[in-house]
Design a protein around this ligand. Structure first.
Ligand SMILES: Cc1cc2nc3c(=O)[nH]c(=O)nc-3n(C[C@H](O)[C@H](O)[C@H](O)COP(=O)(O)OP(=O)(O)OC[C@H]3O[C@@H](n4cnc5c(N)ncnc54)[C@H](O)[C@@H]3O)c2cc1C
Length: 414
């Protein structure tokens, strides 16, 4: 049994704690915040084996440049002289090609399917009701171009063994009879699920504490001491903490934490927004992706959560209302009867996706230390991949063979 300190209590830190504790380790989580303000709460709640294509894909650069000139667009890179952003951008450009998409597909599929299976197990084992629903996701489109791209994706998905079906407008209507639809069709990602992330995160926090995991909020790690190939101590202000093994699961702040050990992680925050609207009629039963608008809509807890945008830049607390309006205005174009109002600032949630340049997470040890594990960089898929990452972290700490290969996720790959 090892004593393990996890830095960061988002879905990745909590999932790691869950599996480490289950494997018999003594676990402490240190988090700089209140554990209710990280990226793992207000996200769209989608569990997405369908997302086997990373953000770094062909066409993304051309599309990204077009979007840069539209203040309501779903994607934006905040121009900056930051060397980190520059270096991330170069890596992203190098990976935005068909070869990378092909190489990433199997590792992404495998970790996603493992995670989906583990979500069911966690629901059974813990009794936490986090609204796990397995009726898929409908990726709606309005244009022939998107129809063609989605059909191609569905074909690739089926080759990978994923259940995905191309539907025409009538077939979409049959699946969502209470919604007025103005779409050409959709791909039904039947392999996907959705959950209510807020219930998962609060439930996991309670479950872990009740089962002996120590969780400390308002404990920002500000210094890490090491000796040779080992991390020895971490400091939260004046308090020092020792352990046998350490896990960095700091989301978008992981590069700053890793830097305290002399390790560079290429990762940039991708800011996104969401807001909730009451939906007592329950007209939407299957979550929706608006393909051209890049908006995610998820029914959860008697409400609908609307989410989207990816602003690549630094972490900051400013809300860009134009981008929120972009989300709001896209909805009636697909669902003429859904007219969410522009929310007031206090009702808008934002979070920072920890985005790696190649769209794959970092999971594993680095060559530099024998007792440090990196678990971050999950970008748009951190909620989906949480349980699988947690299990892999636990297997690495326990020096067991891992459930799936982790070589594509090596933190040393750049
Ligand atoms: C709008 C939006 C929609 C999304 N929808 C989905 C979706 O449908 N499906 C999906 O799979 N993913 C989705 N995501 C992505 C997902 O939310 C993230 O990938 C995931 O939450 C990242 O989890 P994490 O644990 O790595 O980071 P976080 O949840 O951000 O947690 C990191 C934690 O580390 C702590 N920390 C940082 N530095 C320190 C330090 N020095 N000391 C101590 N603690 C520290 C922070 O306080 C924080 O609590 C979405 C994201 C956004 C923004």
């Amino acid at each position: 049994m090892s004593k393990v300190i996890i830095i960061g209590g988002g879905i990745i830190g909590l999932s790691s704690a869950y599996y480490l504790h289950k494997a018999g380790h003594q676990v402490t989580i240190l988090d700089k915040g209140k554990l209710n303000e990280n990226c793992s709460l207000g996200n769209a709640g989608m569990i997405v084996p369908s997302h086997f294509v990373p953000l770094a894909a062909p066409g993304m650069i051309k599309q990204g440049i077009r979007w840069m000139f539209d203040s309501k667009s779903p994607f934006y890179v905040r121009p900056s002289l930051s060397p980190e952003l520059f270096s991330w951008g170069i890596k992203f450009i190098k990976k935005a090609n068909a070869r990378h998409v092909n190489e990433a597909a199997v590792p992404l599929r495998d970790i996603s399917l493992l995670s989906k299976k583990l979500y069911s197990e966690i629901a059974d084992e813990t009794g936490i009701n986090f609204g796990l629903t397995g009726n898929g996701i409908l990726a709606f489109y309005k244009t022939e171009q998107a129809a063609e791209e989605e059909a191609h994706l569905a074909e690739k998905g089926r080759e990978l063994g994923l259940d995905m079906a191309v539907l025409n407008a009538d077939e979409c209507k049959a699946l969502q009879p209470h919604l007025n639809l103005d779409v050409l069709g959709a791909v039904h990602y039947r392999c996907d699920s959705h959950i209510f992330p807020d219930a998962l995160i609060s439930g996991l926090n309670k479950y872990l504490k009740a089962n002996g995991v120590e969780i400390f909020q308002d404990h920002e790690v500000t210094r890490i001491d090491r000796s040779g190939h080992k991390v020895v101590k971490v400091f939260t202000g004046k308090q020092e903490w020792t352990a046998d093994q350490f896990v960095i699961a700091g989301g978008s702040w992981s590069p700053a934490v890793a830097k305290m050990t002399g390790i560079n992680i290429s990762l940039i925050p991708g800011k996104g927004y969401s807001f909730m609207v009451s939906e007592p009629e329950n007209r939407m039963t299957i979550p929706a992706l608006l393909t051209e608008a890049r908006v995610a809509i998820t029914p959860m807890n008697g409400q609908i959560r609307y989410g989207g945008t990816m602003e690549i830049g630094k972490t900051n607390n400013k809300i860009n209302m134009n981008r929120v309006k972009g989300i709001v205005e896209s909805v009636p174009k697909y669902f003429p009867d859904l007219h969410p109002s522009v929310p007031v600032e206090k009702d808008i949630w934002f979070g920072f996706r920890p985005a790696s340049p190649d769209g794959l997470p970092y999971i594993g040890r680095t060559g530099k230390y024998d007792n440090l594990i990196i678990a971050t960089g999950h970008g748009m898929m951190g909620l989906s991949l949480g349980p699988a990452t947690g299990r892999l972290v636990s297997e690495i700490v326990s020096e067991k063979s891992t459930a799936i290969s982790t070589s594509a996720f090596s933190p040393d790959r750049f």
